[in-house]
Design a protein around this ligand. Structure first.
Ligand code: GLN
Length: 484
């Protein structure tokens, strides 16, 4: 039995049929992480604890006890998600040695299901970025081409899945941070609708937009993980109280009668020709599976990015205010009085992008500018929500590219924040409007870089977008190719 690129179902099957032990499985991934250290996908590796957990799982198998679907399966967690007793840095110097006293609900749920944590993934600092280049721990390299970025902010998680360093990973998505890196690394990324998954224990970036979700090799795996992490949580008042669907059971069934909307605003200037061709081909394949396609218009799409880059920094500036050198993590050794503790700690502890967003956020919330910027952005957000609500009266799902281009070069956009922000143009709307979104690999550029197809659905339609993605993968083979 080969270990390479096991899906959740395959890894589970291998364990219960004793084709390999849990120790073998964990050792395989630890070796892959070690061999590919240059990718820099992990900030912390918890090898010893993982092997100790594997031993317990093996003992259970030896006794003939039944294993849960995720039990004994090695996964990686974005370092923006709290893990009790394991360092959680948010990829920031300001939290470089922070050890969380409790698990995020998503982590607690995975642990309860028996998942083994291999370590914590590198990401953009506090999730602020689209390329993983804002991490205080260095950039992550794209496993398909090490001169390219893996995307961000969950770049380490997507690279780890693509490079076979874990069975699956958990990321967070505030403006595209699960979907865009999944597209750049040729894996599946799911952002649940707002509230479907608890935010308790995610280091808050933009509390009104943040969601955690799975990064996996297949849509089926994403459905399995979502079922485990979704649901209400007494610790998060925004977590939905309605019972999540049985996402796995919902995958079966064909696409006959499905109406796909193609928003014309997503296929305009700035869209790479190869990305466009790959999406169009995928749409033809979905039509062949029984779906019908209609063109729709979402005129406020262009404003979504502008609204996002006001609402997001406004909340970032408030959320990051708690890192003051007293309550958490790093404190400057140079401070001589309280004002200097705050000032120097934040000056030394935060990277350039975090500072930029704190300043933008403080500005758009400041007296005299709040009405002109923040209040306006919130009004635009309402219009966008309304527009999507109307479109979803006519269509079941929307299909768009996940990103306007394939993975760009390391350093290519790092010095130009505006160009970097534009790479989020197709993903932010889902967060602004609270939709669910799935990125599925849909082909390759002529240079061999993976491309992603985005499936967007209304609030509560995770099951439907997963079903569309699953049907696509069952009838195509693009997700079965791996980096050399
Ligand atoms: N790339 C986007 C940003 O820089 C999204 C980040 C995210 O979803 N965490 O804000």
């Amino acid at each position: 039995m080969s270990f390479s690129y096991l899906t959740i179902t395959q890894a589970h099957h291998g364990l219960v049929t004793k084709q390999f032990s849990c120790i073998d499985l964990v050792s395989y991934y630890l070796k892959k992480i070690e061999e590919q250290k240059d990718l820099n996908a992990f900030i912390t590796i918890t090898g010893e604890a993982a092997l100790a957990r594997a031993k317990i799982v093996d003992a259970k198998i030896a006794k003939g006890e039944k294993l849960g679907e995720l039990e004994g399966l090695p996964a990686a967690i974005k370092d923006l998600i709290l893990t009790k007793g394991i360092k959680t840095t948010a990829a920031s110097k300001i939290l470089a040695n922070y050890i969380a006293p409790y698990d995020a609900t998503v982590v607690a749920k995975l642990k309860e299901a028996g998942v083994i944590i291999l370590g914590k993934n590198n990401c953009d600092e506090f999730g602020l970025g689209s390329s993983n280049e804002t991490s205080a721990f260095g950039p992550v390299l794209n496993p398909w081409d090490k001169t390219k970025v893996p995307g961000g902010s969950s770049g380490g998680s997507a690279a780890a899945v693509a490079a076979d360093e874990c069975v699956f990973a958990l990321g967070t998505d505030t403006g595209g941070s699960i979907r865009q890196p999944a597209a750049f690394c040729g894996v599946v990324g799911l952002k649940p609708g707002y509230g479907r998954v608890s935010r308790y224990g995610l280091i808050a970036m933009t509390s009104s937009l943040d969601q955690a979700g799975p990064i996996t090799r297949t849509v089926e795996d994403a459905a399995i993980v979502l079922r485990v992490i979704a649901g209400e949580d007494a610790n998060d008042a925004t977590a939905l109280t309605s019972e999540p669907d049985d996402y796995l059971a919902g995958l079966s069934g064909n696409l006959k009668g499905l109406i796909i909307g193609l928003p014309e605003e997503y296929f305009k200037d700035g869209l790479d020709k190869e990305v466009e061709a790959a999406i169009k081909l995928a749409i033809k394949q979905l039509e062949a599976l029984g779906a019908s396609v209609v063109k729709v218009s979402l005129p406020h799409t262009a404003l979504a990015l502008a609204a996002y880059y006001i609402i997001m920094p406004a909340e970032v500036s408030s959320n990051l205010a708690r890192f003051d050198g007293i309550r958490y993590g790093f404190g400057s050794a140079l401070a001589k009085n309280l004002a200097e503790v705050y000032g120097k700690t934040r000056a030394e502890g935060f990277g350039a992008e975090a500072k930029r967003r704190i300043m933008m956020g403080a500005f758009v919330l400041s007296a005299g500018y709040q009405e002109a910027y923040y209040q306006q952005a919130v009004k635009v957000q309402k219009l966008i929500k309304e527009e999507y609500r109307e479109v979803f009266n006519k269509v079941d799902v929307l299909i768009t590219p996940t990103a306007p281009t394939p993975a760009f070069g390391l350093g290519e956009k790092a010095a130009d924040p505006l160009t970097m922000y534009l790479s989020d143009v197709y993903t932010v709307s889902a967060n602004i409007a609270g939709l669910c979104g799935l990125s599925v690999p849909c082909g390759f550029s002529s240079k061999g870089l993976p491309l992603g197809l985005q499936i967007l659905g209304p609030d509560g339609a995770e099951g439907l977008i997963l079903k569309v993605g699953y049907n696509y993968q069952e009838n195509t083979s693009r997700h079965k190719q791996h980096p050399k």
